[in-house]
Design a protein around this ligand. Structure first.
Ligand SMILES: Cc1ncc(COP(=O)(O)O)c(C=O)c1O
Length: 400
């Protein structure tokens, strides 16, 4: 059951505001739903840590068992922290060439942790090889294949700018490069189709672009399936085991999981279901993570002003990156101010009154980023606070 405004107000009545609050029941339902989507196609589900940023919640999900298996980390230092917290099977999914990061990865590997780094360049391979030289076994790398949709001979690029590895030749070159470094071994490939997983096709803030987004997603799903199949064929031809083949994200979970050659899919955001994940035609999760602000002023009839609130999401700047007032229903941000650093004004809908001292519940646009602003998240179940969990920030950690 989703909580209404009265239940949230009651649950959070003793809390210092602003507060980050998780509806643990919705979170658990989202986790089970994700698991079903992956299980339906026999895929392991790797948890994207950047979209959670709370070790206790990562643990809660992994304790559900299969298909959840392993973490997709966003930094080497983070993997180190998570290893200290007892986690294993750590895929650091974004390249790094920094000496301190590579030293951290070496330490994890030498200490017997199952760790791997995503690499897409000769320079990355050379630096990693130098950093892990002398360890007892080769360090596993995962090669990243670009999964963008490129049309008109590459002149139209739809997707993210990440890996330069696109063709069979590119991948062959990188595989050969790994083979030339005895310190390294290839564990597999990652190909993340951001223009499907991270692009909603029902975005009310970009109505005119929704039909285009729909088409880009449609074409991409077909194109990336073909490319990933070719990768599997290349590995088979070379007699090389593809122990890990990762794709997908919350926004494409049900689509990527269908590809038989992928060994696993990744997801994280669907657990909290920030509001950008309301705008997809193919997935449905429940809002689970919120933040509450106190109403501190009422400058005019029909308006209130809350304290704080300027938690803007990363990505292409635009109104959809702002937090969304959620409860009471019908509140609206004011175009000229948006969510302010210390004050956020709201327009009240007809029939709604809010007095100074009452709270307003918001949803962030993205999943993990909100928790960079809070030391802990309050856990609510059946309308009652049942616990608190420190965020990375609360543990004194900031990776980038
Ligand atoms: C490599 C990679 N895989 C998967 C994901 C999906 O994560 P989420 O499910 O949180 O959207 C992301 C998110 O940006 C990513 O960068």
């Amino acid at each position: 059951m989703t909580l209404d405004y009265a239940r949230w107000s009651e649950a959070l009545s003793g809390e210092r505001l602003p507060v980050a609050a998780l509806d643990l029941d919705a979170f658990d339902r989202n986790a089970r739903k994700m698991a079903e989507l992956a299980r339906a196609h026999g895929k392991a589900l790797r948890l994207a840590t950047k979209s959670v940023r709370v070790p206790a919640l990562l643990r809660r999900v992994l304790e559900l068992g299969a298909p959840f298996q392993g973490l997709m980390c966003y930094s080497a230092e983070e993997a180190q922290l998570l290893s200290r917290e007892g986690f294993d099977d750590l895929l650091v999914a974004y390249p790094t060439l920094q000496r301190s990061d590579l030293a951290a990865l070496r330490e994890l590997h030498a200490g017997g942790r199952k760790v791997a780094l995503v690499v897409d360049s000769q320079e990355g391979l050379a630096r990693l090889a130098a950093a892990v030289r002398g360890t007892a076994s080769p360090f596993p790398v995962v090669l990243e294949l670009d999964a963008s949709l490129r049309l008109l001979g590459g002149r139209a690029h739809l997707g993210v700018r990440r890996s330069p590895v696109r063709t069979r030749e590119d991948l062959t070159r990188l595989l050969d490069a790994v083979a030339s470094h005895p310190e390294l071994s290839v564990r597999g490939v990652m190909a993340y189709e951001a223009q499907v997983a991270g692009l909603g096709d029902r975005n009310p803030f970009k109505r005119a672009l929704n039909p285009l987004a729909f088409l880009v997603r449609r074409f991409s799903v077909m194109a990336i399936a073909r490319r990933r199949l070719q990768v599997a064929e290349l590995f088979a031809e070379r007699g090389h085991e593809l122990a890990l083949f990762n794709g997908g994200g919350t926004g494409s979970l049900n689509l990527s999981a269908r590809e038989p050659w992928l060994t696993e899919v990744s997801a994280g955001s669907g657990l909290y279901c920030p509001h950008l994940f309301d705008y997809y035609s193919n997935i449905r999760f429940e809002p689970a993570l919120f933040f509450a602000l106190q109403v501190v002023r009422a400058s005019d009839p029909g308006f209130v002003t809350c304290q704080g609130g300027g938690y803007i999401a990363s990505g292409e700047a635009g109104p959809d990156r702002l937090p969304r007032p959620w409860l009471p229903q019908g509140l609206q941000l004011i175009g000229a101010e948006g969510c302010g650093e210390v004050q956020t004004p709201l327009r009240l809908p007809a029939g709604v009154r809010l007095a100074p001292g009452e709270l307003v519940l918001f949803r962030h646009a993205k999943a993990g980023e909100l928790l960079e602003r809070f030391n802990e998240v309050v856990l609510v179940s059946e309308g009652k606070i049942v616990g608190r969990a420190p965020t990375y920030r609360g543990l004194g950690l900031a990776f980038f």
